[in-house]
Write a protein that binds this ligand. Structure first.
Ligand SMILES: Nc1ncnc2c1ncn2[C@@H]1O[C@H](COP(=O)(O)OP(=O)(O)O)[C@@H](O)[C@H]1O
Ligand SMILES: [Mg+2]
Length: 410
């Protein structure tokens, strides 16, 4: 029997880690390659580490290192020295956030709205930078940039997240006010995609993708609509391909991707999300799917001994993107093939259908259990004020139960 330790590097969340831990403990031994494998989880704690220490973990799911430097450096050490499998690569997530993701996907021919990076409004607070800015920052005409893009537009941090510092700009007055407010934050100006038909938010774990209909204007618990068949087959396939392409290209394996769809055209606007939303209180109906995907992908990686690939194969993607004989649809097919190769999709599917055959029924059973209900109630209590507990417990129970009834294996 081989035991595989999966580390969880966490911030403030309790809901999905508890869910993941419950599923791992229910999984039991699995057979692969003539061997029995078991998974065990451990929450990663932050403490001094020697650079030559050997970690016990074989895989780490990271939700913290984007913001917290000590564990980030630990992740880099265990990736570089110990071949620990990471969701996600800290190397690309640190150095290639939203801005780099826009650049790479524009080159690959995706319809990212026109975007301009403007210099800091105020130079970063350091005597040397003030001097440099004064000497080398060229005066520029902010209005001319905005007019070239056209109003309305969005101003948002080049490395953004969680809607912080994002504003919709309708005219020159708002533009200047927002730029003045941006201070020391580096900002993109981006053409707005107005009047879109659907806002899609896809969550991907390894080669699994769930495309969800998102309603950004509603409160968090209502943003993901339970909706099926809201995209045509072609557009649905395109959104899935874009999500997988981004992830395979950057070696991100747990990420979300936002695309706006208007008149059948797919505009990706935000697809570098180091800690994608997997909260029970926002994913509700989709939460069991997300936990299943995390469980299956982790089990696949450790049981099959999948090697982490830190190196990027950018040139192979650019070769497809730069090929003048390929139209957009042909490029998408090329990217999908590269992504499937990276994620070893066929082998993963086979693993799910054989070694993990029992997992769908196991998850459905767990979702119907008292254990899951305790988790749901505790999460609601931790998230909402007392007078809303009853209402939200009923709300999320109803949505999760809908998933369970639709997914119960009879
Ligand atoms: N180009 C755009 N066109 C239309 N809406 C946009 C555009 N860019 C951002 N938004 C809106 O602003 C929100 C936040 O922007 P986003 O790029 O997703 O930043 P964050 O990384 O902070 O989530 C989006 O969810 C969307 O509602
Ligand atoms: Mg976003």
């Amino acid at each position: 029997m081989t035991e595989h330790l999966v580390g969880l590097l966490l911030g403030t969340e309790e809901d999905w880690p508890r869910a993941f831990e419950a599923l791992v403990s229910r999984l039991g031994p699995i057979s692969y390659g003539g061997q029995q494998h078991t998974l065990r989880t451990a929450r990663v704690t932050i403490e001094p580490f020697g650079l030559r220490d050997s970690p016990a973990h074989e895989l780490v799911i990271d939700r913290l290192a984007y913001w917290y430097y000590h564990p980030r450096e630990w992740l880099k050490k265990i990736a570089l020295m110990d071949d620990v499998y990471l969701l996600n690569s800290p190397f690309t997530f640190q150095s290639m956030e939203k801005h780099a993701a826009y650049c790479a996907m524009m080159r690959l021919g995706l319809q990212v709205p026109e975007t301009v990076l403007v210099p800091f409004k105020n130079p970063v607070d350091h005597a040397k930078w003030a001097y440099t800015a004064q000497r080398y920052n060229r005066p520029f005409d902010l209005d001319a940039v905005a007019e070239w893009l056209g109003y309305p537009l969005f101003m948002k941090p080049f490395d953004g997240g969680a809607w912080v510092g994002v504003s919709r700009i309708a005219d020159s007055e708002q533009l200047h006010a927002a730029y003045d407010r941006s201070g020391e934050r580096l900002m993109h100006l981006q053409q707005a995609v107005e009047g879109y038909d659907v806002f899609t938010r896809s969550l991907s774990v390894g080669p699994e993708t769930m495309v969800m209909k998102f309603r950004p204007a509603l409160p968090m618990h209502e943003r993901y609509e339970v909706a099926h068949g809201f995209l045509s087959d072609t557009v649905g396939d395109e959104v899935v391909t874009i999500s997988r392409l981004v992830n395979a290209f950057f070696r991100w394996e747990f990420n979300s991707c936002e695309c706006l769809v208007r008149d059948g055209v797919v505009y990706p606007i935000d697809y570098a999300n180091a800690c994608p939303d997997v909260a029970l209180t926002s994913l509700h109906y989709y939460f069991p799917w997300a936990m299943t995907a995390l469980l299956r992908w982790s089990a696949f990686c450790v049981a099959t001994g999948r090697r982490p690939r830190l190196d990027m194969d950018s040139a192979r993607y650019f070769a497809v993107g730069d090929d003048p004989s390929l139209d957009y649809a042909a490029k998408l097919r090329g990217y999908r093939a590269l992504a499937d190769e990276y994620f070893d999709t066929d082998r993963y599917r086979e693993f799910c259908d054989t070694t993990l055959r029992h997992v769908p029924a196991m998850v459905a059973e767990w979702v119907g259990s008292a254990d899951f209900d305790d988790l749901l109630v505790a999460t609601v209590r931790a998230t909402y004020p007392a007078h809303e507990h009853e209402r939200f417990v009923a709300h999320f129970r109803g949505l999760v139960d809908l998933w369970r009834r639709e997914n119960s294996v009879t």
